[in-house]
Design a protein around this ligand. Structure first.
Ligand SMILES: [Zn+2]
Ligand SMILES: [Zn+2]
Ligand SMILES: [Zn+2]
Length: 233
């Protein structure tokens, strides 16, 4: 398995580590240029949070979001890009307070009365710059994330959540032949290429795709909702 803590700044297309990316994004001239272009379209600035979200140290996202957006919006984004398999419950933990009861959870489990605070809080009511938070998706086979508001700026973003950078996908070797693995067998936890998965003979329904997500190989996670199609040509 080849795990390099690297990702690409989506503005200048240079490579940085997960730890160095936050500071780079604040200084990146290509980003400043793009920010100016976005401002020229809307011309009404608001407060934008730059947030880093990571999982198990090796998966990470640097995003921008309006500071008036809710925890629920962030929850929806994280579900889509990294987590959603069967509508499990999720929660944020910020300064000792739990926020859950997302619409998805409530509609799936209407009988559950949540003791937690609601996710309809705006980010700036619960998080300031440098504040950290924890997040869990699924209280059975839990995927745990950590986040931090890295910085704040006045400006414009054109989408609800703007992805600034993301860890590069890792390449895994097929445990049989050494070619690039595409599936993980849930019966034996081994990684296979398509060809070797067939010869391995396991039930195909018992395999999940290799994906760029901390939920790879967990529950029924297939990465189908991951809308991010950034690629370097
Ligand atoms: Zn850059
Ligand atoms: Zn599931
Ligand atoms: Zn193989």
């Amino acid at each position: 398995m080849d795990i390099k803590d690297e990702g690409i700044c989506r503005f200048c297309l240079k490579t940085f580590s997960g730890a160095g990316m936050g500071r780079h994004l604040e200084a990146c001239l290509a980003k400043k240029e793009a920010d100016k272009e976005a401002f020229d379209i809307i011309k009404i600035p608001s407060n934008i949070y730059q947030i880093k979200i990571s999982a198990y140290k090796v998966y990470w996202l640097h995003i921008e979001v309006n500071s008036l957006s809710t925890l629920e919006l962030l929850d929806g984004f994280l579900r889509n890009i990294w987590l959603e398999c069967c509508g499990h419950l999720s929660s944020f933990k910020i300064k000792g307070v739990n926020y859950s009861g997302s619409t998805i959870g409530e509609s799936m489990f209407p009988w559950m009365k949540m003791e937690d605070a609601s996710m309809d809080q705006p980010l700036n009511q619960v998080l300031g710059v440098k504040d950290t938070f924890e997040y869990q998706y699924d209280f059975g086979s839990t995927t745990r994330l950590e986040g931090q508001v890295f910085a704040e700026r006045r400006g414009v973003i054109l989408e609800p959540v703007r992805i600034l950078a993301r860890n590069n996908p890792f390449s895994y070797e097929c445990d049989k032949c050494g070619k690039e693995a595409t599936e993980i067998c849930l019966e034996c936890d081994e990684l296979f290429c398509d060809q070797c998965l067939i010869t391995h003979g396991g039930d195909e329904e018992m395999a999940l795709p290799v994906v760029n997500s901390p939920r790879m190989g967990v529950c029924g996670y297939c990465g189908d909702d991951d809308f991010d199609n950034f690629k370097i040509k």
